[in-house]
Structures are given as C-alpha cells and as structure tokens.
Write a protein that binds this ligand. Structure first.
Ligand code: ZN
Length: 165
C-alpha cells in the first residue's frame, strides 16, 4: 500500500530498532502535567528538562483549559501520578493574534469551503485568559488543593517560561 506517511514510517522503523521504552507504565514519572498549544515551536518535554515517560501532555490550539483538558488533568491526578500542573500558552500564538472572524476567513479561503460556523477559542488578553484557565483547574471539584497549578507564558523566541499565575 503506497503511503502518504512513508517517510515517517521509515523513521519509525529506525526508532523501533533502538526502542527502549518497552514495559513502560503510563504513569507520569516526574509527576508533571502540561496543558499547552499545538504550536510546533513548543517542545513541552525538552523545555522543562523532562524525558519521555515523565509527564502527561495535553495540547490543543491555544493551550486552553477546555473540558477535555480538565478531564485529562483529573485522570492524570487520580490515576496517573500527576502532582503538579502547568498551563502554558505562548507568545505569537495564532489564537491570540487573530480574531475569530479572521481565522474563519483564512480557513474559508484555504479550504474553499464555508468556515463561518467554526469557533476557535480566540483570546484577546492572554494573561487574563491564563488566569481564568488556571482558576478553572484550581476550582475543579476533582482537582485536590494539594496539587499546585501554575500559569506560564512560553516565549517562542527565547525558550523561556515566565510564571504569571
Ligand atoms: Zn499557539
């Protein structure tokens, strides 16, 4: 079967030759969970000095604390060893520098389809949105108070994290 993914499957075969994560459990070994953006400039493990197996990572456009992100944090805390939660939006995020209308227009133009019905969780004030997102996690009835929840801005130009919440 010809594959659109041939290059990636070839790389995977090489990866599997030296695969050393067999028998790994699904626990976050460093007790860390991260909610962050899908942006390809972000390497969530490396930016925190973590390795595969150390953390639970939940990504979406913008790095927002959605209902699904909350589900992931609840599972992480109660079943998967999570003891600290970081919410990490980033500088120059498309979801903080465009309006809903602009994104709909761009997707419509790129797809040639009507995208006026889409909604993107665009934010105009990232710091305020981060405060709200962190509050959503902290106030969740199934996230215990013993779990620290921090809000951080990741600078995609310097690699630095700044804690804002
Ligand atoms: Zn982003």
């Amino acid at each position: 079967m010809p594959s659109d993914f041939a290059d990636l499957l070839a790389a995977n075969a090489a990866f599997a030759e030296t695969f050393d994560l067999a028998g790994f459990d699904g626990v976050a070994h460093r007790g860390v969970a991260v909610v962050t953006c899908m942006d390809s400039r972000i390497d969530p493990l490396r930016m925190l000095g973590l390795e595969p197996g150390d953390a639970k990572i939940f990504r979406n456009p913008g790095g927002h604390v959605t209902d699904q992100a909350l589900d992931a944090m609840v599972l992480g805390v109660h079943l998967l060893g999570v003891e600290r939660i970081l919410v990490v939006p980033h500088t120059r995020c498309a979801l903080a520098s465009s309006s809903e209308e602009e994104l709909r227009r761009k997707v419509s133009a790129a797809s040639g389809q009507d995208a006026s019905w889409t909604s993107w969780n665009v934010v105009t004030d990232q710091a305020a949105a981060l405060r709200e997102d962190v509050a959503r996690v902290r106030s969740h009835p199934l996230i215990p108070a013993r779990v620290p929840v921090g809000g951080f801005m990741y600078d995609v130009d310097t690699g630095l994290l700044e804690q804002l919440v």
